[in-house]
Design a protein around this ligand. Structure first.
Ligand SMILES: *[C@@H]1O[C@H](CO)[C@@H](O)[C@H](O)[C@H]1NC(C)=O
Length: 375
């Protein structure tokens, strides 16, 4: 076999493997995709910051766990968790590649792994339930507020600001504790004023004038105000235009991110409030699916095969990534194969500064599907 034949074969095989799960319907160039925005191996300052930050969060969590006096095993488990995570971080300091490519995604995943190893499967379960219920109680009035807007443009402005304000409600971010317990309106006051750090709002509003997307896959973030008062009204806006929606949520609990089974319950309650959501669920125009992810970030190479297949069958032509984990720590620079919206509020002072904006900078990045270059 000539080297050329071997090369051709390798390229074809590689293409076959990359496309085997239909990733080329999601990623513009699957073989060039790296989910992570920062490379903590080459970026010394970022590495120092994130290792220190993660280490500091350990004690905060251990103290929280210890406040549960009902469980006699909690102390030993919490301390074992601490050892597990702190040791891993120490190891990484000595050998940055000890646990695989060093990224924020990895550091957050190790946290979840150490927690699960000590039987902390879903720490925020009660809190998430409580927040979902509290937010659901406000859904009707939020929808009425949006419906009262004089025209479509105003409506979409409100829906876009709403999804951003909703993303402020995040227990994983330290900078936001001051607004937890407040409402969407207060959160709206806190986020960056336009022009945003990434301001694709006009481009998105223009797109809505000319296009009705067939089907959108929306990867969601936090429970409570975020998903209920931010994401659901936005999704309802899409449904009203004739775009069907696949809501994609984590398979396993991570921080206060909503899981697919929790989201199913939330939608059931939302259906009682909103006939549009109810009808879309009944006709299959609105479905919830597991993204197959276990951590708070999103690696599009590892979303479940079933989801990739369904996205292809339903003809997804819009992908929406919401929240810091899915649209900032990962995928901010990823080129997707279809139109995409990346939406998040930067709730970390270091990261905001690194990106060149103030705390609570807004990422609202709209990108058209790239032109297909025929081989
Ligand atoms: C690890 O998970 C716990 C529980 O969800 C959380 O409180 C803590 O902030 C997490 N640590 C990091 C570094 O994300």
């Amino acid at each position: 076999m000539s080297p050329f034949t071997i090369l051709t074969w390798l390229i074809c095989f590689n293409y076959y493997v990359m496309d085997h799960f239909g990733l080329s319907d999601i990623l513009s160039e699957p073989d060039k995709y790296t989910p992570d925005t920062l490379d903590l191996l080459s970026d010394d300052e970022a590495r120092e910051y994130w290792l220190n930050t993660c280490e500091k969060l350990v004690d905060k969590y251990v103290n929280f766990a210890l406040s549960n006096k009902d469980d006699p095993t909690i102390e030993i488990r919490a301390l074992k968790f601490k050892t597990c995570y702190v040791e891993a971080l120490k190891e990484i300091r000595v050998n940055p590649l000890a646990h695989g490519e060093l990224t924020i995604r990895l550091l957050l995943d190790i946290n979840e792994t150490c927690l699960r190893a000590q039987g902390f499967f879903d720490l925020w379960k009660r809190q998430k339930k409580y927040e979902n219920e509290a937010a659901l109680a406000q859904l009707a009035s939020r929808l009425a507020e949006i419906d009262a807007m004089p025209d479509d443009r105003q409506k979409w402005l409100a829906l876009c600001s709403g999804i951003l304000a909703g993303n402020m409600f995040d227990w994983g971010a330290q900078a936001v504790t001051s607004i937890l317990g407040c409402g969407l309106t207060e959160a709206l006051q806190k986020i960056q004023k336009r022009p945003w750090l990434y301001d694709g709002l006009d481009k998105w509003l223009d797109k809505l004038q000319t296009t009705v997307h067939h089907c959108a896959a929306v990867f969601v973030d936090n429970s409570g105000v975020d998903v209920v008062l931010g994401v659901l009204p936005f999704v309802r806006g899409l449904l009203l235009r004739g775009t069907s929606v696949i809501l994609c949520a984590n398979e396993w609990p991570a921080l206060n991110d909503i899981t697919n089974s929790e989201l199913e319950n939330v939608l059931q309650s939302a259906s009682l409030v909103c006939p549009i959501i109810a009808a879309a669920r009944a006709t299959g125009n609105l479905v919830v699916r597991s993204s197959g992810q276990r951590g708070p970030c999103l690696d599009l190479r590892t979303i479940s095969v079933d989801l990739v297949t369904e996205m292809k069958i339903r003809g997804v032509d819009l992908i929406i990534l919401e929240g810091m984990g899915r649209a900032l720590h990962t995928n901010l620079n990823a080129r997707l194969a279809v139109d995409s919206l990346k939406i998040a509020v930067v709730k970390n002072a270091w990261l905001a500064q690194r990106l060149g904006g103030p705390l609570f900078s807004v990422i609202f990045k709209y990108e058209d599907k790239p032109f297909q270059v025929l081989p």
